[in-house]
Design a protein around this ligand. Sequence first.
Ligand code: AQP
Length: 350
Amino acid sequence: MAFVERVFSGVQPTGNLHLGNYLGAIVNFVKMQETHNCIYCVVDLHALTQPVEVWGGPSELARNTREVTAAFIAAGIDPKKHIVFNQSQVSGHAELAWIFNCVARVGWLNRMTQFKEKAGKDRENASVGLYDYPVLMAADILLYRATHVPVGDDQKQHLELSRDIAQKFNNDFGDSIRGHGFNDGMYFPLPEPFITGPATRVMSLRDGTKKMSKSDASDYSRINLTDDADTIAQKIRKAKTDPEPLPSEEKGLEPRPEADNLVGIYAALSERPKAGVLREFGGGQFSSFKNALVELCVAKLSPIAAEMKRLVADPGHVDAILIEGADRARAIAAETMKATQDIVGFVRKR
Ligand code: AQP
């Protein structure tokens, strides 16, 4: 069956939205609006998988949900043409996740590296939700039968699991799927990851081997989307580098993770390939490259920060966007849930 192309992706409202989230995901969310129908979700159910100290408790969750929504809109997502909402308003996410829990295999989840990293050594104490996170993510995407998912590189393995779940559901229920009019036995599409650009994995400014992340204890490891110009300048000037001048060719970046990261950020923000950036800055010292990077970062991020500030100052307006988006999302989700319930054999009101 040819599926109608549809984009779905989400961002967790866990605070400290950063340049990695922006370049790895949100920039592509904005681009894909031109070619696809898009659904962008603030995945608040996912936030709960971490200890409460990480997501900050109820008032922080609500504040961060509005802040991520504001970031989407400030970055250029149009909530009238596309759908923007928060996950917990559409109960289908949790309902489909249960069905998928019974499709996914424990062995598949045991291979998920993000769980291993986030649970760390204290695995016994991690929430069941953290372990099950990728199944809920599969439900998020497939509830809308989405075909394309723009994400950062760290989500690649979870996307593969979503494809495995879709495939196994289609296989397990193939006869029933055909019996309900889907003649090729494919009810769920196998969603394609869309991981592209020179900054699919932005690294920490303090350690070029670690991903830039919301939960890093050091605020100097990341550029937050709400940072002001002075803070951005300080963070970039203090970013770890090495003593060599910048190389003139991309190959010269390979053994130099911090240099590679800063050049990747510059390339992504200026929408140029890394090779072009190195043609301009290769052979020069980091100090002058960092000055240019500060200027570019401030020019690109300051208008977004200002618009975010304006939007979060009016929570009623942001909530109205989420409520309207959830109504539209719920209508699509209801169709998927009805068909899924019929395929599985659940008796329901007609
Ligand atoms: N460093 C990154 N580089 C590129 N893309 C990134 N993403 C996250 N970090 C980077 C992408 O941002 C989207 C939203 O991520 P999320 O809200 O699901 O949170 P996460 O992946 O857990 O991101 P964080 O910020 O790193 O949080 P913690 O500290 O909790 O691990 C996703 O598409 C993600 O790929």
